[in-house]
Design a protein around this ligand. Structure first.
Ligand code: CTP
Length: 409
């Protein structure tokens, strides 16, 4: 199985006229480094903002301009050639003008005619000034795009724009574009979670001994954040309750964030957010014990040793609490981090916790568990069902788990 869904893929990058175009050389470079074949098509206004020469160098291919469309030496129309070559299209940034042409079926530039001619899935990332983004014509066009087959629309984020406006209009950051493109390659564009709300917990909790020292674990939160983004790209509203994360900040765009630190804070957040969730994925790595007393000052070594000698209090099992409170039809996915012989331990944990699904993975093997880019393990489900999931990228795995969670909700 291909571990990077973008490696070896033919990706057409369409760049239209928004200042966010300056970020595209980074995306093109990253795609080429991941082994994708990349060709760029750029509109005249985008060519004022970003250099076609830079795009050609970074993609290791020529960069196509409007002037290339009318050649008496080409045996086939260039827009048809490019449209049929592409396995995936990244349309970023998508300007108001290119959006308008696309929605209204106009093919008067190389990019516009290529978009009409392609049958490949398109990731469309809009970017423009806040007032332009809220103009009725643009809103109506963007609404239309939501209904297009084969299109994954990525609306702009809030932020400080180059025009000095604070508001919506900033293009999704390059790391999110790459993640969404990987999602398009591995899952597709179908929004089967539209209208549903997912609650995800991710990352580690920390239990403090004193202001300088804590008990925690090496969870980076990657698996939980990817579950959240996979569901969001499939149309879900997502609440992400998270401890200290080590992921690209761009991967958090489009999620409703609820930062926590300790197990007690995680417990409170879950109690508050559970009632509105259609489904829950409990990927947080909860630290299981906390000292019975936390010192408010940084102690001497001897004093610290006394705290570490105990007593310790258990952190309640939050997954079991979620299961005991759940409403009818609310499906819950738990995780099991195991060393040694994973499956029998996971089966016992699954029976004990009472969740609908449990994904168990080894944490003592390379390429699985904490901080890895890939994962593998066993998915346990109703009726003692056990599915072996071989090593795959964590986003691909996230989609498999979201499908399993969605199928039963
Ligand atoms: N979990 C939880 N509350 C805890 C501990 C774990 O909700 N206090 C959840 C985790 O988020 C995960 C599942 O329970 O979904 C299993 O976590 P894991 O650490 O593998 O197991 P533990 O319950 O801690 O059991 P053990 O450490 O004995 O393996």
């Amino acid at each position: 199985m291909r571990l990077d869904p973008l490696a070896g893929r033919r990706i057409l990058v369409g760049i239209s006229g928004s200042i966010a175009a300056v970020k595209l050389p980074l995306v093109v470079s990253a795609l080429a480094k991941r082994g994708a074949q990349v060709r760029c098509v750029i509109t005249p206004s985008a060519a004022q903002l970003v250099s076609p020469v830079a795009l050609a160098s970074l993609s290791r291919e020529r960069c196509y301009l409007d002037a290339d469309q009318w050649s008496h030496t080409a045996p086939r129309p260039l827009h048809v050639e490019l449209a049929e070559w592409a396995e995936l299209v990244l349309l970023a940034p998508l300007s108001a003008t290119t959006l308008g042409r696309w929605v209204h079926g106009l093919g008067d530039t190389l990019l516009a005619s290529t978009l009409l001619a392609t049958e490949a899935p398109v990731l469309a990332a809009a970017a423009m000034n806040t007032a332009m983004w809220s103009a009725p014509g643009v809103r109506a066009n963007w609404e239309q795009v939501q209904r297009f087959e084969r299109v994954l629309p990525l609306g702009p984020a809030e932020g400080l724009l180059a025009c000095d406006r604070q508001g919506s209009g900033r293009m999704a950051e390059p790391e999110l574009l790459l993640l969404a493109l990987e999602s398009l390659a591995s899952w597709g564009w179908q929004r089967d979670w539209q209208g549903r709300r997912l609650l995800v917990s991710a990352g580690p909790t920390r239990e403090w001994l004193d202001p300088a020292r804590c008990i925690s674990n090496p969870s980076t939160g990657r698996m939980g954040v990817l579950l959240a983004q996979a569901a969001r790209l499939r149309g879900a509203e997502v609440d992400l309750v998270h401890g200290a994360l080590q992921v690209a900040p761009a991967w958090l765009e489009g999620l409703t964030l609820h930062p926590i630190d300790t197990g007690a804070e995680l417990k409170q957040a879950l109690e508050r957010l559970q009632p509105r969730a259609h489904a829950i994925a409990m990927a947080a790595a909860v630290a299981d014990h906390r000292p019975a007393r936390t010192l408010s000052h940084k102690p001497s070594k001897a004093e610290l040793e006394a705290v570490m000698a105990g007593p310790w209090a258990p952190v309640p099992d939050l997954l079991m609490e979620l299961v005991s409170r759940r409403s009818a039809g609310q499906r819950i996915l738990g995780f099991a981090a195991q060393s040694g012989d994973v499956l029998p331990q996971a089966q016992a944990k699954f029976a004990r916790k009472g969740c609908d699904l449990l994904f168990a993975n080894p944490i003592d093997q390379t390429g699985a568990g904490f901080g890895s880019f890939t994962n593998q393990g066993w998915l346990l489900g109703p009726g003692a069902a056990v599915e072996r999931l071989e090593s795959m990228g964590k986003l691909t795995l996230a989609h498999r788990l979201i499908t399993a969670l969605g199928a039963s909700s």
